[in-house]
Design a protein around this ligand. Structure first.
Ligand code: UDP
Length: 351
């Protein structure tokens, strides 16, 4: 297959600003290229990849859907990179069998019937905007089987009637080393942004007086500073946005990973990265996390927003077997399993 991947217009590929979908794009492309398919990636200028041939497109970045109100109208910055990406796709469409949209944006859905080359849409977020929902529903009816999501919980946020492919996620397990033992510290790995709920991890650190290694893109500095002020006794050790090789090394040294999202997490790639290192995950029973963690086996699912339950689970984590975590990652989230799911999906759309 000849595939053109179109990345999100919120930031450059490789910058971390796109969140987990960046890792997903990287891993799908890597596995499909290994299977002798052609994959090209069109992304905003500044994008870098050692593995995927990348076409840089100029233009202004878009704001995050999660920072908008549900009823906001569709808006575009002047010289929008999203518009430029899709103008490029329109020009080169006949060189590809399939175009794959990785942006949670109105324009690619709107354009779908006007393209001659089929478009697959991989939606990496739960429902956030009414104007998106309307188009997602429409395209799911007119172009059946062309919309993919990470998890059932994510699909459910769009309502029951929508026909989605549930594709889960996967990682290159060779890049993640199993660490059989840990130090007395926890990990919290995500973009530093309100929807990720870092304040609840800070509350746990303060209550149990345990250090937390914080890794991730500093998306909202004011939010970070507010947490510092509100939880002065919390031991949050911010390490920055780390490359996978370093991320897995430091994550592997932790007793568990805390996942405390305030939104319906579509999936949570960091959960499978933790499992691959042998690190159990303590997460809110909210969104895609529910479909990853095996309660009391590879982590704990706790009542959302309940700090006491988080603290209780932290105390119980030493009873879990770290080897079970690695085994689950190997069984369910390998690169080849991911490749099988996406290859089959793409082939079904190309027909
Ligand atoms: N990540 C990273 N380095 C860091 C922290 C995070 O590369 O220091 C990556 C991590 O591997 C994951 C992504 O950032 O792929 C976060 O994705 P997730 O699906 O957990 O959440 P999202 O940001 O998409 O909501």
């Amino acid at each position: 297959m000849k595939l053109l991947f179109i990345f999100t217009p919120v930031g450059a590929f490789g910058s971390g600003i796109g969140g987990g979908v960046e890792l997903t794009v990287q891993n799908i492309a890597k596995e499909l290229i290994r299977r002798s398919h052609t994959v090209h990636l069109a992304a905003s200028v500044g994008s870098t990849s050692t593995e995927i041939p990348t076409i840089s497109i100029l233009g202004e970045l878009h704001s995050f859907a999660q920072d908008q109100y549900r009823t906001d109208p569709v808006s575009f910055p002047d010289n929008s990179v999203l518009a430029n990406l899709w103008e490029y796709a329109l020009q080169v469409q006949h060189s590809y069998d399939l175009i794959v949209n990785f942006a949670y944006d109105w324009l690619p859905f709107y354009l779908t019937p006007f393209f001659q080359t089929p478009i697959a849409h991989f939606v990496s977020m739960g429902s956030l905007l009414n104007n998106m929902d309307r188009l997602v529903h429409k395209v799911s009816q007119t172009h059946k089987g062309t919309i993919g999501v990470y998890s059932k919980a994510q699909a459910y946020t769009f309502g029951e009637a929508v026909d989605f492919r549930i594709l889960s996620s996967g990682i290159d397990l060779d890049l993640y080393e199993f660490q059989p033992s840990s130090q007395s510290q926890l990990a919290w790995v995500a973009r530093i942004a309100p929807e990720k709920g870092l304040e609840d991890a800070a509350a746990v650190s303060e209550a149990l007086q345990i250090p937390i290694q914080v890794m991730g893109k500093m998306q909202d500095r004011a939010y970070w500073q507010r947490i510092q002020a509100e939880y002065p006794q919390a031991q949050l050790n911010y390490l920055g946005f780390l490359p996978t090789v370093k991320l897995q090394e430091l994550l592997g040294e932790c007793q568990s990973l805390l996942m405390t999202p305030k939104w319906e997490e579509a999936f949570g790639n960091v959960a499978i990265e933790a499992l691959a290192c042998g690190v159990p995950v303590i997460g809110y029973a909210r969104g895609g996390i529910i479909e990853i963690i095996r309660h009391q086996e590879t982590g704990f699912l706790v009542e959302p927003d309940n700090i006491e339950s988080l603290c209780d689970s932290v105390k119980l984590v030493p009873k879990l077997h770290r080897a079970s975590c690695r085994r689950q990652a190997e069984r369910e989230f390998s690169l080849s399993a991911l490749g099988d799911r996406f290859e089959t999906w793409f082939q079904s759309i190309i027909g």
